[in-house]
Design a protein around this ligand. Structure first.
Ligand code: HAM
Length: 415
């Protein structure tokens, strides 16, 4: 029997790994600038943690959780996102009243219908700020997002949409008014939107369904902005003005998020180069969540980047690393040749010395060297070890020369 990977789950191979590596380096650089440290939480959590945080009206909890009963009969779920686990961990350690600037990166799991940009195992980089009330922290969070876009060279491909959901009372008030309004049109809504109307009417604003769009285009639709205070609107304007010059940013009062825990600022970053799954960063403020999970009252805001989506936008720079292919033709002195290769590896951070570990003919090893994308070939045989002269081939120039160990050292340190 031959096995296949599960639907919506991907193997990441070497050439893609390089891109992932550069992506990680770029985001770590930005996060270091802000003094944000890494946390690592488990991939498995108690199922109820997600029901209580992400929300039982969300698609994630309703139909996308990977959950099972473990051998002890406990209900467990693979994490669909990272905020819940991080908050659980600081409450558990009784440090939720302190301030935290944390990031995490790793796989998340949602049982969604796979399509371009949508996987069942995907990867997020998440940033969470705990203990910073509305104001400066909201600006700093958007600043991190703008820096990430710049550092990755994708600012031109991205738009940031921001909105304010008000306090939880305002959110509830607007939900009620919107529901009352939409009830008159219930029969024209799709089955999914009719359900949303019952569980979380805000999500209808997010609907891609045409009939919902038509209804929402009506003049009389209650508008979120009319429920917001001056301060809420001011925050949106401040953020908009602050980042206008650096990124394409706009206020979008129709933006609501798919997770229930948000109040206050919410935002998404979209790109029209991504197709239907065009949102690659999402976040917002969740000042009530810590209290709801049994912790102390504490403000919090954060976001998560969908790294798989980001990866398709990001073009890694050409590495200036040079590749030397090492061919060992030595017989009894093989180990000595490997020692020389090791010494060369240590000479420069900018070289890779990749050995061909076969005893195939020189011709076929040279063919392999080309296939591996080598820039140079270093050939060491018994004679070379005795004479101290090595064969050095430049594959890009098509030249070959005999070099002493000293000359070789000079060449490599100058690559
Ligand atoms: P989210 O909007 O559910 O937010 O997910 C964040 C990002 O994860 C999305 O913008 C998307 O790029 C990516 N993503 C989600 N589902 C998939 C999928 N099936 N395949 C590929 N990528 C996907 C959260 O998860 C919140 N925890 C963000 C947050 C942190 N809010 C506050 N702190």
């Amino acid at each position: 029997m031959k096995f296949q990977s599960l639907r919506g789950m991907q193997d990441i191979f070497q050439s893609d790994s390089k891109k992932w590596h550069q992506l990680r380096q770029a985001y770590q650089l930005v996060l270091n600038r802000y003094g944000i440290g890494e946390v690592q939480n488990p991939i498995l959590e108690n199922l109820n943690l997600f029901v209580r945080t992400v929300g039982d009206s969300s698609d994630i909890v309703n139909k996308e959780l990977y959950s099972f009963q473990d051998r002890n009969g406990d209900f467990i779920a693979l994490r669909p996102e990272g905020t819940a686990g991080f908050i659980r961990s600081i409450i558990e350690k009784k440090i939720e009243h302190e301030s935290h600037k944390a990031y995490y990166a790793g796989p998340m799991f949602r049982y969604e219908r796979p399509q371009k940009g949508r996987f069942r195992q995907f990867h997020q980089l998440g940033v969470e700020y705990v203990g910073f009330p509305e104001g400066d922290a909201d600006l700093e969070i958007i600043s991190i997002v703008a820096d990430l876009l710049e550092e990755l060279g994708i600012s031109q491909k991205a738009v940031i949409h921001i909105n304010h959901l008000g306090s939880s009372e305002v959110k509830q008030q607007y939900c009620n008014v919107l529901k009352e309004f939409l009830m008159d049109y219930k029969d024209s809504l799709s089955e999914i939107d009719q359900k949303r109307l019952e569980t979380n009417p805000l999500r209808v604003l997010d609907s891609k369904d045409e009939s919902a769009q038509d209804i929402l285009a009506l003049q009389e639709v209650p508008r979120y902005e009319e429920f917001l205070t001056e301060e809420h609107l001011q925050l949106l304007n401040d953020i908009n003005d602050t980042f206008q010059e650096r990124v394409d940013i706009s206020i979008d009062h129709k933006l609501v998020r798919g997770l229930d825990y948000y109040t206050g600022l919410v935002f998404e970053v979209l790109s029209n180069e991504l197709g239907a799954q065009d949102s690659f960063i999402g976040g917002g403020r969740y000042d009530n969540l810590i209290l709801e999970l049994g912790g102390k009252e504490q403000s919090a805001i954060g976001f998560a980047v969908g790294l798989d989506r980001l990866l398709t936008l990001f073009e890694p720079s050409n590495e200036d690393r040079k590749k030397i292919i090492f061919i060992n033709l030595a017989g009894s002195n093989r180990h000595h040749a490997y020692k020389i290769a090791s010494n060369i590896r240590a000479l420069s951070k900018k070289v890779t010395v990749e050995s061909i570990l076969t005893d195939a003919s020189l011709k076929s090893q040279l063919r392999k060297a080309n296939k591996l994308g080598g820039d140079f070939v270093l050939i060491i045989g018994d004679d070379e070890i005795t004479s101290g002269n090595f064969i050095w081939k430049d594959l890009n120039e098509g030249t070959q020369e005999i070099v002493t160990l000293e000359q070789l050292t000079g060449k490599i340190t100058h690559l």
